[in-house]
Design a protein around this ligand. Sequence first.
Ligand code: BJW
Length: 232
Amino acid sequence: MTKIVILTGAGISAESGLETFRASDGLWAQHRVEDVATPEGFARNPKLVVDFYNARRAQAAEVSPNAAHRALARLEAELDGEVVVITQNVDDLHEQGGSRQVMHMHGALKGALCAACDHRWPAPMVMAPGDACPACNAPAARPDIVWFGEMPYQMDALFDHLVEADVFAAIGISGNVYPAAGFVAEARRAGAHTIEFNLERSAVGNQFAEHRIGPASQTVPEWVAEVLAARR
Ligand code: BJW
């Protein structure tokens, strides 16, 4: 049975209207990463961080999955095999597009996390600094997002999928952030065919066997159609 593991980054949601991080007009050009995406930044100025994610949550609620998200759902539904989407994205466009096996390694905008007891619950559209945890009542609610210096979610399960992959595809990732940037090496070592989908070669582009250059909304549906046709 074929197993396809797909890693997605901000580039797959760009054509839905969500900003990427490292583009010249992207999120990191507008906000200091140390201020909004580290636990130290949150400790210094929780309101700034909570407001940043409130705004991102509001933007994400306005957008829809694009043809690339939908194509991955089609692949999962129609492939005689297993498709696992590992996403660094905190939006839920894969789920809205119809994908079922989705792992959010960097957390989710729709989630809240208690910094005191690690309880997780659905976030309200607008969080406030000092919101109480529904489990322990500590005023310690934070966005359920993995910041720099924190351990991404489900690492053991992710690596289990990577070593079982026949095909590993990375879509719209810059290859600048670890551990995700190291997944191609892991999958390749375990024998997977590796494909990168991007507008240009990423920082780890030289580690992929195949490149599909162009907007994901075009390249991904084309590839999915090829994969499904070859296996019919
Ligand atoms: C298109 C397109 C279109 C556009 N079609 N393509 C030194 C060396 C190595 C590692 C470290 C180091 N010092 C520190 C570290 C670790 C650190 C790290 O990697 N730092 C680097 C900056 C060096 N990593 C961590 O701290 C992580 N934790 C960790 O390592 O724990 C320890 C550990 C050790 C060993 C094993 C396991 C764990 C945590 C990282 C948390 C990242 N968090 C963020 C923010 C939170 C989420 C949020 O707010 O949304 O996650 S940072 C930000 O970058 C976000 C993203 O998920 C992540 C990756 O960005 P992504 O998706 O690649 O987006 P962009 O914008 O960079 O790129 C978009 C790409 O799309 C571009 O290439 C475009 O060309 C392309 N594109 N339009 C196709 N239409």
